[in-house]
Ligand binder design. Structure first.
Ligand code: PHE
Length: 467
C-alpha cells in the first residue's frame, strides 16, 4: 500500500473470519485430514486434533493476527515495524514461503481446473471419455507437453483477477459466493455418502478409536499438529497480512476460535465424505485399505475410480466434488497471493496492480518448473524428485522453522504482553492469559522443533521418527 493512502480493511468481523476460514479450508481439509485420521486410529486422531487446534491452533492464530493488526503491515515488514529490526529476517523468511508454495499450488489448482472441465463436459454430454481409465488419464495429463502449464496459467489468472479488485471488492465478494457453495456441496456429499448402502462400516472405521493403529502416541500428536499447522495456513504470512486489514474494535480471540471451528468442521466433514466411499470401493474392488492414499493419487485417481463405480449418479457426484475442490483451492490460493502481493506493496511501496503483475509473472516462471516437471522437463529432478515434490518437501521443513521462530520472537523478544495489548486494544479482554503464555513460550516451540526433526527425517528417508 503506498504511503499516504490509508490501508484497506475488511468490512467487518464476519468478513474477516470468512476470509481467514476460506484460506484455511483447502486441499488439506479435503484429502489430508481424512487420510491421516484413517491412518492414526480414527477417533484417537480426531480427538488429538480437536484438543490441539483449540489450544495451540488458537494461540498461533491469535499471535499472527495480532502481529498484523498491530503493525498494519504484511509479514515482510511487520516484524521490523514492531521495533525489532534484527528480526526483520523473519519477515523475509515468511515471505519466501508463500512465494515458493504459490507457484506449485497453482499447478495443482490447474489440475483441478482440468478435472472440473472434464466432468463438466461429461455431465453435459460433451467429452469426458478420457476418465474411463483415471490412472491413464492422470499420467497422460501431467506429462502432456502444454496442458498442465496452460491449466496453471488459467488458475493463476483467475486468482490474480480477484486480487486486483482489492480486499473488499475482490477477496470479500468472491468468498461470499464461493464459501456457501463449498459448504453446501460438502454437507450434501457427506449426507449422500451416509445413505449409501454399506456406508456404516466406513463411518465406523473413521470414528471409532482404534488404539492398536496408534501404538506410538508421539506420531499421532505430531501428525495432528503438522496437519493443524498446514490446515490453518500458519507461518506463511497469510494471517499476518489478513490481520493487518482487521479493524481494531474486532475481537481477535473470538475470531480465532471461529476460524478454527470452521476449519475443523470441514475437515471432519470431509472424512464423512471420503472415507466411507473409499472403504466401500476397496471392499468391492479388492484394492484394500491402501486405497486411502495420502497424495494426489486419492484425489485424481482413486476418487475418479470410485465415481465411475457409482453408476449414472457418479458423474454428478464427481462434478459436485470438483466444484468443491476447485473453490477450496481458489480461496486458499487467493490468500497466498494476497500475502505475496501485500508484502511487495508494503516493501517497495508500489501500487497493487504492479505488485499483482510481478507475482503473476513469478508464478508463471517458477511454476513452469513444477508444471513441466512430469513431462517435457522431467529430467530436472532436484535430489532425485520431481520438481513439485521437491518444493513441497522443502516447504514442509521451512514452515515449522518459521513458526518456531515466530513463537520465540513473541514469547521471548517482543513478549506476550505485546499480543495481549493488541487484543485488548479497544476495551477487549484477553482470555486464558496463562495458557497463552505457556503455549507460546514453551509448548509451541518444543513441538515445532519435534515436527521439524520428523520432517527432516522423512525428507532424508530416515524411518522411525518420520510421520
Ligand atoms: N490451509 C490450506 C488447506 O488446508 C492450505 C494452504 C496452504 C492454504 C498454504 C494457503 C496457504 O489446504
Amino acid at each position: 500500500m503506498s504511503e499516504g493512502k490509508s490501508r484497506e480493511s475488511w468490512s467487518g468481523q464476519f468478513a474477516f473470519v470468512l476470509a481467514a476460514a476460506a484460506s484455511a479450508i483447502g486441499l488439506g481439509n479435503l484429502w489430508r485430514f481424512p487420510y491421516l485420521a484413517a491412518r492414526y486410529g480414527g477417533g484417537v486422531f480426531i480427538a488429538a486434533y480437536l484438543i490441539l487446534s483449540l489450544t495451540l491452533g488458537v494461540t498461533l492464530l491469535v499471535t499472527e493476527i495480532a502481529i498484523g493488526r498491530r503493525s498494519r503491515q504484511s509479514q515482510l515488514t511487520a516484524f521490523r515495524e514492531m521495533g525489532h529490526r534484527r528480526w526483520g529476517f523473519l519477515g523475509v523468511l515468511s515471505t519466501v514461503i508463500p512465494l515458493c508454495i504459490l507457484p506449485y499450488y497453482n499447478v495443482i489448482g490447474g489440475w483441478v481446473v482440468r478435472y472440473f472441465a472434464e466432468y463438466l463436459g461429461m455431465a453435459f454430454g460433451a467429452g469426458g471419455q478420457g476418465l474411463e481409465d483415471p490412472q491413464a488419464f492422470f499420467s497422460s495429463f501431467v506429462s502432456a507437453p502444454w496442458a498442465p502449464f496452460v491449466c496453471m496459467v488459467v488458475f493463476t489468472l483467475v486468482t490474480c483477477a480477484v486480487i486486483v479488485m482489492g480486499v473488499k471488492n475482490g477477496i470479500e465478494k468472491s468468498n461470499v459466493v464461493m464459501m456457501p457453495v463449498l459448504l453446501l456441496m460438502a454437507v450434501g456429499l457427506a449426507v449422500y455418502v451416509a445413505f449409501l448402502p454399506g456406508a456404516g462400516e466406513g463411518i465406523r472405521y473413521y470414528l471409532v478409536p482404534d488404539f492398536s493403529s496408534c501404538d506410538n502416541v508421539g506420531k499421532v500428536v505430531l501428525g495432528a499438529m503438522g496437519q493443524m499447522f498446514y490446515s490453518l495456513s500458519l507461518a506463511m504470512g497469510i494471517m499476518i497480512t489478513y490481520g493487518s486489514y482487521m479493524r481494531r474494535r474486532d475481537d481477535i480471540q473470538r475470531a480465532a476460535v471461529r476460524i478454527v471451528a470452521a476449519d475443523t468442521f470441514v475437515a471432519v466433514l470431509s472424512g464423512f465424505m471420503i472415507i466411507p466411499v473409499v472403504v466401500l470401493f476397496a471392499a468391492k474392488s479388492g484394492a484394500g485399505r491402501a486405497a486411502i492414499d495420502a497424495g494426489p493419487g486419492l484425489m485424481f485417481v482413486t476418487l475418479p475410480k470410485v465415481f465411475s463405480s457409482l453408476g449414472a449418479a457418479g458423474q454428478w457426484i464427481a462434478l459436485a466434488f470438483f466444484v468443491l475442490v476447485l473453490f477450496a483451492a481458489f480461496t486458499s490460493a487467493i490468500s497466498m497471493t494476497e500475502a505475496c502481493v501485500a508484502a511487495i506493496c508494503d516493501f517497495f511501496r508500489i501500487g497493487r496492480n504492479a505488485s499483482v503483475a510481478v507475482v503473476c509473472a513469478w508464478c508463471f516462471a517458477f511454476g513452469s518448473l513444477s508444471a513441466f516437471g512430469y513431462g517435457r522437463w522431467a529430467g530436472f529432478r532436484p535430489f532425485g524428485m520431481p520438481a513439485l515434490d521437491f518444493f513441497d518437501g522443502a516447504m514442509n521443513v521451512l514452515t515449522p522453522v518459521v513458526a518456531a521462530l515466530t513463537c520465540i520472537f513473541v514469547g521471548w523478544v517482543a513478549r506476550p504482553r505485546t499480543v495481549v495489548e493488541e487484543v485488548e486494544a479497544e476495551g477487549g479482554r484477553f482470555r486464558c492469559r496463562r495458557l497463552y503464555d505457556f503455549m507460546i513460550r514453551y509448548f509451541a516451540p518444543i513441538l515445532l522443533v519435534a515436527i521439524l526433526v520428523s520432517e527432516i527425517c522423512r525428507s532424508l528417508g530416515i524411518g522411525g521418527w518420520s510421520i
